[in-house]
Design a protein around this ligand. Structure first.
Ligand SMILES: NC(=O)C1=CN([C@@H]2O[C@H](COP(=O)(O)OP(=O)(O)OC[C@H]3O[C@@H](n4cnc5c(N)ncnc54)[C@H](O)[C@@H]3O)[C@@H](O)[C@H]2O)C=CC1
Ligand SMILES: O=C(O)C(=O)Cc1ccc(O)cc1
Length: 372
Protein backbone atom coordinates (compact mmCIF):
# COMPACT_ATOMS: atom_id res chain seq x y z
CA UNK A 1 0.00 0.00 0.00
CA UNK A 2 1.18 3.51 -0.81
CA UNK A 3 2.12 5.47 2.29
CA UNK A 4 0.88 9.08 2.19
CA UNK A 5 3.74 11.57 2.56
CA UNK A 6 1.63 14.59 3.54
CA UNK A 7 -1.88 15.22 4.91
CA UNK A 8 -4.57 14.86 2.25
CA UNK A 9 -7.93 16.64 2.32
CA UNK A 10 -9.52 14.62 -0.50
CA UNK A 11 -12.06 12.08 0.68
CA UNK A 12 -12.01 8.93 -1.44
CA UNK A 13 -12.71 6.79 -3.16
CA UNK A 14 -12.18 8.95 -6.23
CA UNK A 15 -13.59 7.46 -9.45
CA UNK A 16 -11.80 8.50 -12.65
CA UNK A 17 -13.79 8.07 -15.88
CA UNK A 18 -11.40 8.24 -18.85
CA UNK A 19 -8.00 6.80 -18.02
CA UNK A 20 -5.81 8.37 -20.72
CA UNK A 21 -3.07 10.93 -20.16
CA UNK A 22 -5.02 13.14 -17.74
CA UNK A 23 -7.01 10.44 -15.96
CA UNK A 24 -4.05 8.11 -15.42
CA UNK A 25 -1.79 11.00 -14.31
CA UNK A 26 -4.41 12.00 -11.75
CA UNK A 27 -4.76 8.39 -10.61
CA UNK A 28 -0.99 8.13 -10.09
CA UNK A 29 -0.91 11.40 -8.13
CA UNK A 30 -3.85 10.39 -5.92
CA UNK A 31 -2.44 6.90 -5.28
CA UNK A 32 0.86 8.50 -4.29
CA UNK A 33 -1.11 10.62 -1.79
CA UNK A 34 -2.76 7.47 -0.39
CA UNK A 35 -6.26 8.09 -1.84
CA UNK A 36 -8.27 5.07 -3.12
CA UNK A 37 -8.85 5.35 -6.89
CA UNK A 38 -11.46 3.53 -9.00
CA UNK A 39 -10.87 3.53 -12.77
CA UNK A 40 -13.35 3.40 -15.64
CA UNK A 41 -12.90 3.82 -19.39
CA UNK A 42 -14.87 3.07 -22.55
CA UNK A 43 -11.79 1.27 -23.86
CA UNK A 44 -10.86 -1.95 -22.00
CA UNK A 45 -7.23 -1.70 -23.17
CA UNK A 46 -6.89 1.91 -21.98
CA UNK A 47 -8.33 0.80 -18.62
CA UNK A 48 -5.94 -2.16 -18.34
CA UNK A 49 -2.94 0.04 -19.12
CA UNK A 50 -3.91 2.60 -16.49
CA UNK A 51 -4.32 -0.20 -13.95
CA UNK A 52 -0.96 -1.72 -14.88
CA UNK A 53 0.94 1.55 -14.37
CA UNK A 54 -0.55 1.84 -10.86
CA UNK A 55 -3.14 4.57 -11.46
CA UNK A 56 -5.88 2.72 -9.53
CA UNK A 57 -8.20 -0.30 -9.65
CA UNK A 58 -10.85 -0.90 -12.35
CA UNK A 59 -14.29 -0.25 -10.91
CA UNK A 60 -16.37 -3.34 -10.06
CA UNK A 61 -19.94 -3.88 -8.93
CA UNK A 62 -20.06 -3.89 -5.14
CA UNK A 63 -17.28 -1.29 -4.86
CA UNK A 64 -17.84 1.44 -2.25
CA UNK A 65 -19.61 4.51 -3.63
CA UNK A 66 -17.13 7.21 -4.79
CA UNK A 67 -17.17 10.52 -2.92
CA UNK A 68 -15.79 12.30 -5.99
CA UNK A 69 -15.98 11.43 -9.71
CA UNK A 70 -13.51 12.98 -12.18
CA UNK A 71 -14.47 12.78 -15.85
CA UNK A 72 -11.26 12.84 -17.92
CA UNK A 73 -12.76 11.82 -21.26
CA UNK A 74 -12.58 13.73 -24.60
CA UNK A 75 -14.47 17.07 -24.64
CA UNK A 76 -17.28 15.91 -26.96
CA UNK A 77 -18.44 13.18 -24.55
CA UNK A 78 -17.66 15.04 -21.33
CA UNK A 79 -21.08 16.61 -20.62
CA UNK A 80 -23.05 13.44 -21.30
CA UNK A 81 -20.61 11.46 -19.13
CA UNK A 82 -20.91 14.02 -16.31
CA UNK A 83 -24.72 13.73 -16.47
CA UNK A 84 -24.52 9.91 -16.36
CA UNK A 85 -22.15 10.01 -13.36
CA UNK A 86 -24.36 12.51 -11.46
CA UNK A 87 -27.22 10.08 -11.90
CA UNK A 88 -25.21 6.93 -11.12
CA UNK A 89 -23.73 8.37 -7.91
CA UNK A 90 -26.40 10.54 -6.23
CA UNK A 91 -24.17 11.56 -3.32
CA UNK A 92 -20.92 12.17 -5.22
CA UNK A 93 -19.40 15.46 -6.35
CA UNK A 94 -18.62 15.27 -10.09
CA UNK A 95 -15.98 17.29 -11.91
CA UNK A 96 -14.39 17.15 -15.36
CA UNK A 97 -11.01 18.24 -16.68
CA UNK A 98 -11.91 19.16 -20.26
CA UNK A 99 -9.98 21.98 -21.92
CA UNK A 100 -13.14 24.02 -22.68
CA UNK A 101 -15.73 24.93 -20.09
CA UNK A 102 -18.66 27.12 -21.31
CA UNK A 103 -20.25 24.56 -23.71
CA UNK A 104 -19.87 21.74 -21.17
CA UNK A 105 -21.32 23.75 -18.28
CA UNK A 106 -24.24 24.75 -20.56
CA UNK A 107 -24.86 21.15 -21.69
CA UNK A 108 -24.83 19.84 -18.10
CA UNK A 109 -27.24 22.59 -17.05
CA UNK A 110 -29.50 21.84 -20.04
CA UNK A 111 -29.44 18.15 -19.04
CA UNK A 112 -31.95 19.18 -16.36
CA UNK A 113 -30.44 16.98 -13.69
CA UNK A 114 -31.33 17.55 -10.05
CA UNK A 115 -27.66 17.00 -9.24
CA UNK A 116 -26.31 20.13 -10.98
CA UNK A 117 -25.26 21.58 -7.60
CA UNK A 118 -22.83 18.66 -7.27
CA UNK A 119 -21.14 19.42 -10.61
CA UNK A 120 -18.06 21.64 -10.66
CA UNK A 121 -16.28 22.16 -13.99
CA UNK A 122 -12.50 22.29 -13.82
CA UNK A 123 -9.39 22.35 -16.00
CA UNK A 124 -5.86 21.54 -14.88
CA UNK A 125 -3.49 23.69 -16.94
CA UNK A 126 -1.14 20.79 -17.24
CA UNK A 127 -0.64 18.34 -20.02
CA UNK A 128 1.63 17.29 -22.76
CA UNK A 129 1.70 16.59 -26.46
CA UNK A 130 1.11 12.85 -26.02
CA UNK A 131 -2.09 10.91 -25.23
CA UNK A 132 -2.88 7.79 -23.25
CA UNK A 133 -1.82 6.30 -19.93
CA UNK A 134 1.58 5.35 -21.37
CA UNK A 135 2.50 9.04 -21.22
CA UNK A 136 1.03 9.58 -17.72
CA UNK A 137 3.07 11.31 -15.03
CA UNK A 138 2.11 11.52 -11.36
CA UNK A 139 3.90 14.90 -11.14
CA UNK A 140 1.97 16.36 -14.09
CA UNK A 141 -0.05 18.76 -11.93
CA UNK A 142 2.72 19.86 -9.54
CA UNK A 143 2.99 23.63 -9.45
CA UNK A 144 0.45 24.13 -12.28
CA UNK A 145 -2.74 26.22 -12.10
CA UNK A 146 -5.98 24.19 -11.90
CA UNK A 147 -8.98 26.29 -12.97
CA UNK A 148 -12.20 25.74 -11.01
CA UNK A 149 -15.51 26.94 -12.47
CA UNK A 150 -18.09 26.99 -9.64
CA UNK A 151 -21.10 28.44 -11.58
CA UNK A 152 -24.16 26.86 -9.80
CA UNK A 153 -22.26 24.38 -7.63
CA UNK A 154 -22.63 24.11 -3.85
CA UNK A 155 -19.84 25.36 -1.59
CA UNK A 156 -19.07 21.80 -0.45
CA UNK A 157 -18.73 20.57 -4.03
CA UNK A 158 -16.37 23.43 -4.90
CA UNK A 159 -14.30 22.70 -1.81
CA UNK A 160 -13.98 19.01 -2.77
CA UNK A 161 -12.55 19.95 -6.18
CA UNK A 162 -10.24 22.61 -4.70
CA UNK A 163 -8.95 19.95 -2.30
CA UNK A 164 -8.39 17.53 -5.18
CA UNK A 165 -6.33 20.12 -7.08
CA UNK A 166 -4.28 21.05 -4.00
CA UNK A 167 -3.70 17.40 -3.03
CA UNK A 168 -2.01 16.68 -6.37
CA UNK A 169 0.20 19.76 -5.99
CA UNK A 170 -1.74 22.16 -8.25
CA UNK A 171 -2.79 25.73 -7.46
CA UNK A 172 -6.61 26.18 -7.64
CA UNK A 173 -7.75 29.30 -9.56
CA UNK A 174 -11.46 30.27 -9.65
CA UNK A 175 -12.88 31.60 -12.93
CA UNK A 176 -16.24 31.90 -14.72
CA UNK A 177 -16.74 29.44 -17.61
CA UNK A 178 -16.55 32.08 -20.37
CA UNK A 179 -13.72 33.89 -18.61
CA UNK A 180 -11.80 30.59 -18.66
CA UNK A 181 -12.53 29.94 -22.34
CA UNK A 182 -11.46 33.47 -23.36
CA UNK A 183 -8.21 33.06 -21.41
CA UNK A 184 -7.26 29.63 -22.77
CA UNK A 185 -7.98 30.79 -26.33
CA UNK A 186 -4.92 33.04 -25.92
CA UNK A 187 -2.61 31.02 -23.67
CA UNK A 188 -3.27 27.48 -24.91
CA UNK A 189 -5.35 27.25 -28.09
CA UNK A 190 -3.60 29.97 -30.11
CA UNK A 191 -0.13 28.56 -29.22
CA UNK A 192 -1.28 25.12 -30.40
CA UNK A 193 -2.39 26.56 -33.74
CA UNK A 194 0.78 28.65 -34.07
CA UNK A 195 2.92 25.53 -33.52
CA UNK A 196 0.83 23.53 -36.00
CA UNK A 197 0.93 26.32 -38.61
CA UNK A 198 4.73 26.59 -38.46
CA UNK A 199 5.25 22.81 -38.40
CA UNK A 200 2.82 22.28 -41.30
CA UNK A 201 5.15 24.43 -43.47
CA UNK A 202 7.88 21.82 -42.88
CA UNK A 203 6.14 19.01 -44.74
CA UNK A 204 7.78 19.93 -48.01
CA UNK A 205 10.89 21.61 -46.69
CA UNK A 206 13.97 20.01 -48.28
CA UNK A 207 15.85 17.67 -45.95
CA UNK A 208 19.00 19.71 -46.34
CA UNK A 209 17.16 22.71 -44.91
CA UNK A 210 15.68 20.65 -42.05
CA UNK A 211 19.21 19.52 -41.19
CA UNK A 212 19.99 23.12 -40.28
CA UNK A 213 17.20 23.30 -37.70
CA UNK A 214 18.23 24.51 -34.27
CA UNK A 215 16.56 24.89 -30.91
CA UNK A 216 14.32 27.75 -32.13
CA UNK A 217 12.37 25.51 -34.48
CA UNK A 218 12.17 22.76 -31.87
CA UNK A 219 10.89 25.22 -29.23
CA UNK A 220 8.21 26.62 -31.52
CA UNK A 221 6.97 23.24 -32.80
CA UNK A 222 7.05 21.03 -29.67
CA UNK A 223 3.27 20.97 -29.26
CA UNK A 224 2.73 20.41 -32.99
CA UNK A 225 2.96 16.70 -32.04
CA UNK A 226 -0.42 16.93 -30.22
CA UNK A 227 -3.36 14.62 -30.97
CA UNK A 228 -5.33 16.00 -33.99
CA UNK A 229 -8.65 14.48 -32.93
CA UNK A 230 -8.50 15.85 -29.37
CA UNK A 231 -7.38 19.27 -30.55
CA UNK A 232 -10.04 19.60 -33.25
CA UNK A 233 -12.63 18.97 -30.50
CA UNK A 234 -11.02 21.53 -28.20
CA UNK A 235 -10.85 24.17 -30.95
CA UNK A 236 -14.43 23.78 -32.19
CA UNK A 237 -15.54 23.83 -28.55
CA UNK A 238 -13.96 27.27 -28.14
CA UNK A 239 -14.60 28.48 -31.68
CA UNK A 240 -15.53 32.16 -31.19
CA UNK A 241 -12.66 33.19 -28.86
CA UNK A 242 -10.12 31.27 -30.98
CA UNK A 243 -11.42 32.87 -34.19
CA UNK A 244 -11.10 36.33 -32.55
CA UNK A 245 -7.48 35.61 -31.60
CA UNK A 246 -6.70 34.36 -35.11
CA UNK A 247 -8.21 37.51 -36.68
CA UNK A 248 -5.85 39.60 -34.56
CA UNK A 249 -2.92 37.46 -35.73
CA UNK A 250 -4.14 37.84 -39.31
CA UNK A 251 -4.05 41.64 -38.98
CA UNK A 252 -0.43 41.39 -37.76
CA UNK A 253 0.41 38.99 -40.59
CA UNK A 254 -1.05 41.38 -43.18
CA UNK A 255 1.17 44.18 -41.87
CA UNK A 256 4.25 41.97 -41.96
CA UNK A 257 3.55 40.79 -45.50
CA UNK A 258 3.03 44.35 -46.72
CA UNK A 259 6.39 45.39 -45.21
CA UNK A 260 8.19 42.37 -46.64
CA UNK A 261 6.68 42.88 -50.11
CA UNK A 262 7.95 46.48 -49.98
CA UNK A 263 11.46 45.27 -49.08
CA UNK A 264 11.39 42.54 -51.73
CA UNK A 265 10.32 44.92 -54.47
CA UNK A 266 12.25 48.08 -53.56
CA UNK A 267 15.13 46.90 -51.36
CA UNK A 268 15.62 46.48 -47.61
CA UNK A 269 16.15 50.21 -46.98
CA UNK A 270 12.80 51.24 -48.49
CA UNK A 271 10.86 53.45 -46.07
CA UNK A 272 8.19 51.48 -44.23
CA UNK A 273 9.92 48.10 -44.67
CA UNK A 274 11.93 47.52 -41.48
CA UNK A 275 9.69 49.43 -39.03
CA UNK A 276 6.72 47.02 -38.87
CA UNK A 277 9.10 44.05 -38.56
CA UNK A 278 10.99 45.59 -35.66
CA UNK A 279 7.70 46.60 -34.02
CA UNK A 280 6.38 43.05 -34.20
CA UNK A 281 9.58 41.52 -32.79
CA UNK A 282 9.58 44.15 -30.00
CA UNK A 283 5.89 43.43 -29.28
CA UNK A 284 6.87 39.75 -29.04
CA UNK A 285 9.65 40.63 -26.57
CA UNK A 286 7.10 42.49 -24.43
CA UNK A 287 4.55 39.68 -24.61
CA UNK A 288 7.02 36.87 -23.89
CA UNK A 289 8.42 38.85 -20.96
CA UNK A 290 4.98 38.69 -19.35
CA UNK A 291 4.81 34.88 -19.28
CA UNK A 292 5.13 33.80 -15.63
CA UNK A 293 8.08 31.51 -15.02
CA UNK A 294 10.07 32.58 -18.08
CA UNK A 295 11.60 35.69 -16.56
CA UNK A 296 11.58 35.71 -12.82
CA UNK A 297 8.07 34.36 -12.26
CA UNK A 298 7.19 30.96 -10.82
CA UNK A 299 10.15 28.56 -10.90
CA UNK A 300 10.34 25.92 -13.64
CA UNK A 301 9.88 22.39 -12.43
CA UNK A 302 13.34 21.24 -13.63
CA UNK A 303 16.66 22.78 -14.55
CA UNK A 304 18.60 21.67 -17.63
CA UNK A 305 22.18 20.59 -18.13
CA UNK A 306 23.21 20.42 -21.80
CA UNK A 307 26.06 18.08 -22.70
CA UNK A 308 27.84 17.52 -26.02
CA UNK A 309 27.74 13.80 -26.89
CA UNK A 310 30.30 12.34 -29.29
CA UNK A 311 28.62 10.21 -31.99
CA UNK A 312 30.17 6.91 -30.85
CA UNK A 313 28.82 3.70 -29.31
CA UNK A 314 28.34 3.81 -25.54
CA UNK A 315 28.70 7.59 -25.16
CA UNK A 316 25.18 8.07 -23.84
CA UNK A 317 25.54 5.09 -21.49
CA UNK A 318 28.72 6.67 -20.06
CA UNK A 319 26.89 9.95 -19.53
CA UNK A 320 24.01 8.20 -17.69
CA UNK A 321 26.42 6.34 -15.47
CA UNK A 322 28.39 9.53 -14.69
CA UNK A 323 25.16 11.37 -13.81
CA UNK A 324 24.16 8.43 -11.58
CA UNK A 325 27.55 8.40 -9.87
CA UNK A 326 27.15 12.14 -9.23
CA UNK A 327 24.06 11.13 -7.20
CA UNK A 328 21.67 13.00 -9.50
CA UNK A 329 18.34 11.67 -10.81
CA UNK A 330 17.50 12.30 -14.48
CA UNK A 331 13.93 13.67 -14.56
CA UNK A 332 13.73 13.99 -18.34
CA UNK A 333 16.00 13.72 -21.34
CA UNK A 334 15.99 15.27 -24.77
CA UNK A 335 18.40 14.30 -27.52
CA UNK A 336 19.21 16.59 -30.39
CA UNK A 337 21.16 15.26 -33.28
CA UNK A 338 21.64 16.95 -36.62
CA UNK A 339 22.11 14.79 -39.70
CA UNK A 340 25.76 14.29 -40.60
CA UNK A 341 27.07 15.83 -37.38
CA UNK A 342 29.79 14.09 -35.36
CA UNK A 343 28.21 15.18 -32.08
CA UNK A 344 24.75 15.46 -30.60
CA UNK A 345 23.35 17.31 -27.63
CA UNK A 346 21.82 15.68 -24.58
CA UNK A 347 19.58 18.02 -22.62
CA UNK A 348 19.30 16.44 -19.17
CA UNK A 349 16.50 17.75 -16.93
CA UNK A 350 17.27 17.56 -13.21
CA UNK A 351 15.98 19.22 -10.05
CA UNK A 352 17.01 22.91 -10.09
CA UNK A 353 19.30 22.50 -7.06
CA UNK A 354 21.23 19.73 -8.86
CA UNK A 355 22.18 21.79 -11.94
CA UNK A 356 25.34 23.48 -10.64
CA UNK A 357 26.83 20.44 -8.82
CA UNK A 358 26.09 18.19 -11.80
CA UNK A 359 27.70 20.62 -14.24
CA UNK A 360 30.79 20.80 -12.02
CA UNK A 361 31.02 17.00 -11.75
CA UNK A 362 30.50 16.36 -15.48
CA UNK A 363 33.08 19.02 -16.29
CA UNK A 364 35.54 17.31 -13.94
CA UNK A 365 34.88 14.00 -15.73
CA UNK A 366 35.76 15.55 -19.09
CA UNK A 367 32.31 16.16 -20.61
CA UNK A 368 31.84 19.28 -22.76
CA UNK A 369 28.98 21.34 -21.39
CA UNK A 370 26.97 23.80 -23.42
CA UNK A 371 26.03 27.07 -21.75
CA UNK A 372 22.42 28.28 -22.14
N1 LIG B 1 -3.84 16.36 -23.23
C1 LIG B 1 -3.65 17.41 -22.47
O1 LIG B 1 -2.54 17.95 -22.43
C2 LIG B 1 -4.79 17.94 -21.64
C3 LIG B 1 -6.07 17.45 -21.79
N2 LIG B 1 -7.10 17.94 -21.02
C4 LIG B 1 -8.45 17.41 -21.17
O2 LIG B 1 -8.48 16.14 -20.55
C5 LIG B 1 -9.41 15.28 -21.21
C6 LIG B 1 -8.70 13.98 -21.53
O3 LIG B 1 -7.61 14.25 -22.38
P1 LIG B 1 -6.37 13.25 -22.48
O4 LIG B 1 -6.20 12.53 -21.20
O5 LIG B 1 -5.27 14.02 -23.07
O6 LIG B 1 -6.93 12.26 -23.58
P2 LIG B 1 -6.54 10.72 -23.83
O7 LIG B 1 -6.90 10.45 -25.24
O8 LIG B 1 -5.15 10.43 -23.38
O9 LIG B 1 -7.55 9.94 -22.87
C7 LIG B 1 -8.95 9.98 -23.02
C8 LIG B 1 -9.52 8.66 -22.49
O10 LIG B 1 -10.95 8.77 -22.45
C9 LIG B 1 -11.48 7.51 -22.86
N3 LIG B 1 -12.86 7.70 -23.32
C10 LIG B 1 -13.30 8.14 -24.52
N4 LIG B 1 -14.64 8.22 -24.51
C11 LIG B 1 -15.06 7.81 -23.28
C12 LIG B 1 -16.33 7.68 -22.68
N5 LIG B 1 -17.46 7.98 -23.33
N6 LIG B 1 -16.38 7.21 -21.39
C13 LIG B 1 -15.24 6.90 -20.72
N7 LIG B 1 -14.01 7.02 -21.26
C14 LIG B 1 -13.92 7.48 -22.51
C15 LIG B 1 -10.53 7.03 -23.95
O11 LIG B 1 -10.63 5.63 -24.14
C16 LIG B 1 -9.17 7.45 -23.36
O12 LIG B 1 -8.61 6.43 -22.58
C17 LIG B 1 -9.91 16.04 -22.44
O13 LIG B 1 -11.19 16.54 -22.18
C18 LIG B 1 -8.90 17.16 -22.60
O14 LIG B 1 -9.50 18.32 -23.16
C19 LIG B 1 -6.89 18.88 -20.04
C20 LIG B 1 -5.63 19.38 -19.83
C21 LIG B 1 -4.49 18.96 -20.63
O1 LIG C 1 2.27 21.13 -23.26
C1 LIG C 1 1.92 22.26 -22.91
O2 LIG C 1 2.71 23.20 -22.91
C2 LIG C 1 0.53 22.52 -22.47
O3 LIG C 1 0.19 23.64 -22.22
C3 LIG C 1 -0.38 21.34 -22.36
C4 LIG C 1 -1.86 21.56 -22.24
C5 LIG C 1 -2.66 21.12 -23.28
C6 LIG C 1 -4.04 21.24 -23.18
C7 LIG C 1 -4.61 21.82 -22.08
O4 LIG C 1 -5.96 21.94 -22.01
C8 LIG C 1 -3.83 22.27 -21.04
C9 LIG C 1 -2.44 22.15 -21.12
Amino acid sequence: MTVPTRPVATVGPVKIVGTGLLGASLGLALRAAGVAVQLDDASPSALALARDIGAGTPVESGDPEPALVVVAAPPDVTAVTVLAQLEAHPDAVVTDVASVKAPIVAEVRAGGTTGAGRYVGSHPMAGRERSGAAAADGDLFAGRPWVIVPEDASGDAVLAVRNLAADVGAAPVTLGAQEHDDAVALVSHLPQLAASLVAARLRETPEAALGLAGQGLRDVTRIAASDPQLWSMILVGNAAPVATALREVRADLDELITALDLAAQHGPLTPGAAGPLASLVAAGNAGAGRIPGKHGGAPRRYGEVTVLIPDEPGALGRLFSDVGEAGVNIEDLQLEHSAGQKVGLAVVSVLPAAVAPLEAELDRRGWRLVAH
